[in-house]
Design a protein around this ligand. Structure first.
Ligand SMILES: *[C@@H]1O[C@H](CO)[C@@H](O)[C@H](O)[C@H]1NC(C)=O
Ligand SMILES: *[C@@H]1O[C@H](CO)[C@@H](O)[C@H](O)[C@H]1NC(C)=O
Ligand SMILES: *[C@@H]1O[C@H](CO)[C@@H](O)[C@H](O)[C@H]1NC(C)=O
Ligand SMILES: *[C@@H]1O[C@H](CO)[C@@H](O)[C@H](O)[C@H]1NC(C)=O
Ligand SMILES: *[C@@H]1O[C@H](CO)[C@@H](O)[C@H](O)[C@H]1NC(C)=O
Ligand SMILES: *[C@@H]1O[C@H](CO)[C@@H](O)[C@H](O)[C@H]1NC(C)=O
Length: 297
């Protein structure tokens, strides 16, 4: 009865330099903006319309690029050395059965794992972005967030509160122990709510192994976040990594398409990234074949 759901993705392409905004009349030439009607952007940060339809997002670095089909406005041409897969919030807190987690979130884990393996194989990093607050973050947390993560409208059950223990089968710690689960059970301290290093904040099930091994192998990177988005300010760890590594195209995969996945989009707009808000949405089924195709042996 394993469900074979695709993992949904949003694609975001970001800029290297602040974009040139202008209120000038349309007829006027804009300083630093190419006159070519097939080019959107400026000399450092641009997309080029493909003759066959779709967009080239490589900013001129087409050697070794990968073409991915997209349901709308596609295909897109991406440069693997400037592209990353961002996995958001696939944590026990949001997914684990014993914590009332989302069954649909659990159902997309197998395809998410296929997807992140395909990104790694094609030479693109996997960036894990998870809630992992510190006591300092809790002091600085706005009341709206404290309320949003509280179970009784008080701070006492919100970030950093002790969540108690959960009983899980020793053989499969990603599910809840019950009367029909065979084998011995173990009791796990779920830890303080969404705090860094706690069990409830770690990736769910096999994703935990993927994350720890991937980070050890150097293909994956782990970023703690302390707001809905890992990109809400100019100096979040994720933001700094993206700038240091000249990443311009991001694929977002995660559980809450309405919150975690769209809030980075809004946040990146606020911090002056170019965002294709209603641009490219796809799922793993749509792009896996092309990614596998691109894998260098
Ligand atoms: C990425 O690949 C392109 C095309 O091969 C190359 O021009 C560029 O220097 C590479 N960038 C990095 C950061 O390696
Ligand atoms: C116990 O958990 C297993 C695995 O999640 C599930 O298939 C089974 O239906 C559960 N049994 C009861 C009595 O809830
Ligand atoms: C622990 O596992 C046993 C089967 O080995 C099961 O009978 C029991 O109900 C489980 N305990 C809990 C708390 O679910
Ligand atoms: C880490 O690298 C080892 C050795 O190459 C490999 O067997 C393993 O699958 C890798 N793990 C992940 C999660 O990529
Ligand atoms: C996944 O994407 C493919 C290709 O765009 C599409 O045909 C399919 O309907 C999508 N699946 C779901 C469940 O949305
Ligand atoms: C796989 O690569 C071949 C050769 O480059 C190409 O013709 C084919 O369209 C690709 N298939 C996919 C699914 O991208």
């Amino acid at each position: 009865m394993t469900m074979k759901l695709p993992a949904f993705l949003l694609v975001l392409t970001a800029l290297l330099a602040p974009h040139v905004s202008s209120r000038q009349a349309h007829s006027k030439r804009l300083t630093g903006v190419p006159n070519n009607p097939n080019v959107l952007g400026n000399a450092l940060n641009f997309w080029t319309k493909l003759e066959t339809g779709g967009w080239d997002l490589t900013r001129g670095a087409t050697s070794g690029s990968i073409s991915l089909p997209m349901p709308q406005k596609g295909p897109i041409l991406i440069q693997p050395n400037a592209t990353a897969l961002v996995i958001i919030d696939m944590q026990n807190y949001f997914l684990h059965e014993s914590l009332g987690g989302d069954p649909l979130g659990r159902a997309i884990v197998p395809t998410t794992i296929n997807l992140l393996r395909a990104f790694r194989a094609a030479g693109m990093p996997v960036l894990w972005t998870n809630w992992g607050v510190t006591d300092f973050d809790i002091i600085n947390m706005p009341p709206s967030f404290i309320q949003g993560f509280s179970s009784d409208d008080t701070s006492l059950t919100s970030f950093g509160s002790e969540m108690g223990t959960v009983v899980v089968p020793e053989s499969d710690q990603s599910i809840a122990a019950n009367s029909t689960t065979p084998g011995p059970n173990i009791t796990i301290d779920a830890g303080r709510k969404l705090t860094r290093g706690s069990w409830n904040a770690q990736p769910w099930g096999d994703l935990f192994t993927e994350q720890t091994e991937g980070v050890a192998n150097g293909t994956d990177f782990y970023f703690n976040k302390n707001r809905l988005s890992g990109l809400w300010g100019p100096s979040t760890p994720l933001q700094t990594f993206l700038q240091d590594n000249s990443m311009t195209t991001l694929f977002f995969g995660g559980v809450n398409i309405d919150q975690s996945t769209t809030s980075p989009l809004f946040a990146t707009q606020m911090v002056d990234y170019n965002v294709a808000l209603d641009g490219w949405r796809t799922n793993s089924t749509g792009i896996l074949p092309a990614l596998m195709n691109a894998t260098k042996a």
